[in-house]
Design a binder for this molecule. Structure first.
Ligand code: DX5
Ligand code: ZN
Length: 218
């Protein structure tokens, strides 16, 4: 599948968010990854609907919203209305019937939908939902913070998901999130991921275009 880069604004300098966004968009980033944390599903708080709305007022670029929040079915519609292009939420964060209904809500809003898995959640947990999904997000660190070390033991999970997606003939993307740099990018691509989230390895570098190029060519 087509390789896509998704810089995570969690590692942006929020005083210069507009400038940071423009740089990565100009450099060809396909997605902007937006990490929403509620201090409950993960032990950290980030930003939410007002920040997404404000970015949406200034760009029509693809906004890849990653909800790390408890019982996401309560909020998915509002994130769609605030300007998300794709909404992902965690399979661990809601009851199965509420996961199904949240998937339906996002689709009815005309947006793409993804399910995310924490490192300890096996690939098989998303199988019942797979036919409905545009994307599966495999966390390669414990969600909550940027700048953590990539967990190489997630590679077989990516392979398992890619095999199942192929077996069913689906067009579902596999996104990886956490500790992705030029070295680990190579490993996840080989395992079958096609959307690479990168926070610190992009916004932590002065030359964002070069950082994205390094991930693309990895
Ligand atoms: C972590 C977030 C990630 C984070 C990745 O919970 O979901 O998107 O921004 O940051 P890096 O690329 O620095 O690991
Ligand atoms: Zn994320």
């Amino acid at each position: 599948m087509e390789l896509k880069l998704a810089p995570s604004i969690l590692s942006s300098d929020f005083f210069a968010l507009g400038e940071d966004l423009n740089q990565v968009i100009e450099a060809g980033a396909e997605y902007i990854h937006v990490d929403v944390m509620d201090g409950l599903f993960v032990p950290n708080l980030s930003f939410g609907i007002p920040v997404l709305k404000s970015m949406r007022r200034h760009t029509d670029h693809f906004m890849d919203v990653h909800l790390m929040i408890d019982r996401p079915h309560r909020y998915v519609e509002r994130f769609c209305d605030a300007g998300a292009s794709l909404v992902s939420f965690h399979v661990e964060a809601d009851q199965p019937q509420d996961i199904f209904s949240a998937i339906r809500t996002v689709k009815e809003k005309g947006k793409l939908v993804g399910l995310a898995l924490k490192p300890r959640t096996p690939a098989e947990v998303v199988f019942p939902y797979l036919d409905e999904l545009d994307l599966v997000l495999v966390m390669t660190v414990e969600p909550g913070f940027g700048g953590q070390k990539f967990m190489a033991d997630m590679l077989p999970k990516i392979q398992t998901l890619r095999e199942e997606i192929e077996r069913r003939g689906l067009r579902c993307e596999i996104e990886v999130d956490g500790g992705i740099d030029a070295e680990t990018a190579k490993l996840v691509k080989e395992a079958g991921a096609n959307v690479l989230v990168a926070g610190s390895s992009v916004f932590g570098k002065p030359d964002r275009a070069a950082a994205l190029e390094a991930l693309r060519n990895a």
